[in-house]
Design a protein around this ligand. Structure first.
Ligand SMILES: C[S@@+](CC[C@H](N)C(=O)[O-])C[C@H]1O[C@@H](n2cnc3c(N)ncnc32)[C@H](O)[C@@H]1O
Length: 404
């Protein structure tokens, strides 16, 4: 997984190296050889824990096991050895080549739109962030607390940091192991959750007694479990929907691990199906909508290569439909939080603007009031919209109030 993700995070640079090292045009190289070369070159140029002879031998061996002819094995071997000979000069050329545009390892349609929306410097900072290995970010459960959790990790020899923006967040910058091996996992002392996602749940405030909450797109339950910790257990109830069977199973597991006192009911259902039979109304509804995921490309590096600009209107259409449905489930005075892990205005501000136009009974409230002061700089025009950065994913949330 590390090798595959690494290749996806450095694809432009690796393709550039292949082009420098092979006399024939890249398009004419056998596709398996080309892919194997990028995996070998990734280890040679970006990893210091793989001995170079192993990177060469294992790459050639992988192609041998795939049944490729000897001639192609020899070709691969020769290219990788040539890369070792010219490593220093080539390494310098992929970092900064003054005569050429920087190799950003993102498709042009994304870098061009980010440059247009945020300017060249921020676009390059987002790409640089997405090209680094992400830092593991956890949310300490409310009842246990962040400092005791850090203490527990420190006793196990783990290096930890407080996240800069979310009050319950703990970063583990050097940890690359199995999550269940972390102390406190089985006891439900933390959940894996990025800082931006952690902050989003606070927008569902108030958390007073006797309120009913609906999490329309619960996924693995990152926000559902957080909400279950934040709400008053006195008479409050949470309903969570997740139609995907695999995610639904993990949602149930995560809820069981979090051991909250609050009643959480779960349904393996779409919002559309739920609305058909639901007669109850809720005080707060969260719609964490399916989206392009351009805010989480650092964690899921394949997203940058798999998405297309033409897909954004389709996402928008679905998001508008889900938001409209969710709005029908609120009591007067209720709170509707719309969120995505996209940084594209089509999926965010445009969806909210279209909704407010169509539903004058709702108005936007300023997210700042509900977030810790450490996160106030992430709010603009009332929206919570952090860009990808250290220990923080790109995210969007709007808090809408149904007028009384
Ligand atoms: C962005 S993810 C949710 C992440 C989750 N809230 C969390 O905090 O971990 C969106 C989820 O919506 C679910 N989904 C997709 N279509 C849906 C629909 N029509 N109704 C309800 N959920 C849906 C997807 O299966 C996916 O798990």
């Amino acid at each position: 997984m590390h090798l595959v993700f690494g290749v996806l995070r450095h694809r432009d640079q690796l393709d550039f190296l292949v082009a420098q090292l092979c006399a024939r045009p890249t398009g004419q190289i056998h596709p398996w050889v080309r892919q194997a070369l990028t995996v070998g070159l990734y280890q040679i140029f970006f990893l210091d824990r793989t001995p170079t002879f192993a990177a060469v031998n294992e790459t050639v061996e992988a192609l041998r096991q795939a049944g490729l002819p000897k001639k192609l094995l020899g070709f691969t071997n020769a290219i990788l050895r040539e890369a070792l000979r010219r490593k220093e000069v080539l390494a310098a050329s992929i970092i900064a080549d003054p005569g050429n545009p920087p190799l950003l390892n993102h498709p042009a349609w994304l870098t061009e739109r980010w440059q247009a929306h945020f300017g060249a410097d921020i676009m390059q900072a987002i790409c640089a962030h997405n090209n680094r290995e992400p830092i593991l970010c956890l949310r300490a459960v409310h009842a246990y607390g962040r400092e005791p959790l850090r203490h527990l990790f420190q006793k196990a020899g783990l290096n930890t940091e407080n996240g800069a923006v979310a009050p319950e967040s703990v970063l583990l910058p050097d940890f690359h192991g199995e999550i269940p091996s972390l102390p406190g996992f089985q006891d439900g002392l933390f959940q894996i959750q990025d800082q931006s996602a952690q902050l989003a749940t606070y927008l569902l405030a108030p958390f007073s007694a006797g309120r009913r909450y609906l999490d329309c797109c619960a996924g693995l339950g990152g926000k559902t479990t957080h909400l279950a910790e934040l709400v008053s257990s006195q008479g409050s109830a949470i309903m969570a929907l997740e139609p995907d069977p695999g995610r639904f199973r993990l949602l149930q597991e995560n809820l069981a691990r979090c051991r909250s006192q609050t009643t959480v009911s779960v349904r393996m259902q779409t919002l559309e199906d739920f609305c058909r039979s639901c007669t109850s109304r809720f005080d707060a509804v969260l719609i964490d909508a399916p989206c392009s995921g351009t805010g989480v490309i650092g964690r899921q590096p394949d997203i940058r290569w798999n998405r297309r600009a033409e897909e954004l209107p389709r996402y928008q259409q679905r998001q508008r439909a889900l938001l409209k449905l969710a709005a029908t489930l609120l009591v007067p005075g209720g709170i509707l939080v719309y969120a995505t892990c996209s940084i594209e205005p089509e999926e965010n501000q445009q969806v909210v603007a279209g909704f407010l136009n169509e539903f004058p009974a709702f108005r936007l409230t300023d997210c700042r009031e509900f977030l810790a002061s450490t996160a106030h700089h992430l709010v603009s025009e009332g929206f919570f919209r952090p860009l990808p950065g250290r220990g923080q994913d790109g995210f969007f949330a709007a808090r809408l109030l149904r007028k009384g």
